[in-house]
Design a protein around this ligand. Structure first.
Ligand SMILES: [Zn+2]
Length: 383
C-alpha cells in the first residue's frame, strides 16, 4: 500500500450529494525532493489517469523495497465535479456547469499573499528563502475560506502541490502528439530532462511564465513572480511545474499507459525522489519553442473538417493542414476551403476528422521556432 491515503471532502452543493478527491502519498511526508502528479482536471482527459494507473504499483513496489527517498503525491483523478458531468450519453468535464469557467483556469496566484507575509524577511540565502516562501504559501492557503465545491477543490489541491519540487499536471488534446507546456525559467535545466524522459515531440515555453492561471502555471510562476518582484534577494525557480499533454483523448491503452508510467518513474529516479539508476537521458525529440511561435489555426467558416496532415508531422509555412467542407455547396472541390500553416514546425495538435467547425474554432496548433507577429501577446492555451 502507499504510505498513506488521503481523502479531501468537498462541501455538499445540493441535498443528498457529496464528492471527494482521493490521493496517495508514497514516501514520508516532508521528505525531499517532493513530486506532485495529478490527472484529469479536465475530467474528460483520461490518458494521464491511465499512466498513473501503471505508475502507482511501481511506486508501491519502491515503497516496499525501501527505495522511496523523497515524497510523491499522486491524485489519479483530481476533478470529481467534472467526472460527474454526464449529459445526453456524453461525458463532458472541461467547464464547470455552475460558473461556466474552464476547470484549468482561475487557480490561485499566491505571490501577492507570500510577498505580504514573507517579503521583508527574504534575504541572500536561497535555501532559506525557498523554505520561507513555501511556509508563507501554505499559511496563505490555510487562511482561505472557500465556500463552494470548486473553490474548495482549488485551495485543498494547492495545499498538496504548492511546496513541491516538481508538479506535473497530466492532460491530453483531441488528437495530438505527446507535448509539453513549460516556462522559459525551467528551460533547458530541469524541463529539458523531463522532455527527454517522457519523449515530448513538441515542447512549448511561456516566457517567462504563463499569464493564464492554469494549475501548472500558478505552481511554477509563484517563484518567477516573486523573483521579479524582489530582484535584490535570491529566489530560485524552486519548482518545475509542467503540463504534459498525453496525446489525444482516445489514446488510452495498456501499451501507452505502461510506457508513459515507466518514463515518469525513470524521471522520478533521475530527480532523486526514488533510489535507482535512471540511465542515460533519452535523446531529446524536439527543442523547446516559444509560445509566441505557436501557430494556431482558426476556422474561417463553418463546415466539416478533413485533415491533410497527420498529428506529429512536420509542416511548411503555406502548406494546407486541413480543409473545411461546406456540405451545402454542390460544387465539389470548390466547396472546400483550405486552412494553411503560417509557420514551419510540428503539427502537434489537431481535431478529429469529420468534426464540425465553426468560425473561430481552433483547428490545429503548430510548434514553430520563430515568434509570429499575429501570435504575440497570446497565451499558450486556448479554451
Ligand atoms: Zn486539458
Amino acid at each position: 500500500m502507499p504510505r498513506s491515503t488521503g481523502k479531501i471532502a468537498l462541501p455538499t452543493m445540493t441535498p443528498g450529494t457529496q464528492r471527494s478527491i482521493v490521493y496517495y502519498r508514497y514516501g514520508k511526508a516532508g521528505a525531499r525532493p517532493k513530486a506532485y502528479l495529478q490527472a484529469a482536471i479536465h475530467a474528460n482527459e483520461l490518458p494521464g489517469a491511465m499512466a498513473l494507473h501503471y505508475l502507482m504499483p511501481m511506486l508501491e513496489a519502491a515503497e516496499r523495497g525501501g527505495r522511496m527517498r523523497g515524497e510523491v503525491i499522486v491524485v489519479p483523478t483530481v476533478n470529481p465535479i467534472g467526472l460527474s458531468q454526464l449529459a445526453g450519453n456524453n461525458h463532458l468535464g472541461r467547464y464547470d456547469f455552475l460558473g461556466r469557467e474552464n476547470f484549468n483556469r482561475n487557480w490561485l496566484d499566491l505571490s501577492e499573499a507570500v510577498a505580504e507575509r514573507a517579503g521583508r524577511r527574504l534575504g541572500r540565502d536561497a535555501q532559506r528563502n525557498v523554505a520561507m516562501v513555501r511556509r508563507a504559501a501554505l499559511a496563505a492557503l490555510a487562511d482561505m475560506n472557500p465556500v463552494n465545491e470548486l473553490q474548495t477543490l482549488r485551495v485543498e489541491v494547492m495545499k498538496r502541490s504548492i511546496d513541491a519540487d516538481i508538479v506535473l499536471d497530466l492532460h491530453c488534446d483531441q488528437e495530438a502528439a505527446l507535448h509539453l507546456f513549460i516556462s522559459r525559467a525551467d528551460w533547458p535545466g530541469p524541463a529539458q530532462a523531463l522532455a527527454a524522459d517522457i519523449g515530448s515531440e513538441a515542447t512549448l515555453y511561456n516566457d517567462p511564465f504563463p499569464e493564464a492561471l492554469t494549475f501548472s502555471g500558478v505552481n511554477g510562476a509563484l517563484w518567477a513572480r516573486l523573483a521579479a518582484r524582489f530582484p535584490e534577494v535570491a529566489i530560485p525557480q524552486a519548482c518545475l511545474s509542467a503540463t504534459i499533454e498525453y496525446r489525444g483523448q482516445h489514446d488510452v491503452n495498456h501499451r501507452l499507459g505502461a510506457s508513459d508510467a515507466a518514463n515518469l518513474y525513470r524521471h522520478l529516479v533521475r530527480r532523486g525522489i526514488v533510489a535507482g539508476r535512471a540511465g542515460a537521458l533519452p535523446k531529446l525529440r524536439a527543442e523547446a519553442t516559444p509560445i509566441a511561435g505557436m501557430d494556431v489555426g482558426y476556422a474561417p467558416k463553418t463546415g466539416v473538417v478533413v485533415y491533410d496532415v497527420p498529428r506529429g508531422a512536420r509542416v511548411r509555412k503555406g502548406a494546407v493542414v486541413c480543409e473545411i467542407i461546406d456540405p451545402l455547396d454542390p460544387r465539389g472541390p470548390k466547396a472546400r476551403t483550405p486552412v494553411r500553416s503560417q509557420t514551419d514546425g510540428v503539427l502537434f495538435s489537431r481535431r478529429l476528422d469529420g468534426r464540425l467547425a465553426w468560425p473561430g474554432a481552433v483547428l490545429f496548433r503548430i510548434a514553430g521556432a520563430k515568434p509570429l507577429e499575429h501570435r504575440k501577446g497570446m497565451s499558450g492555451l486556448d479554451d
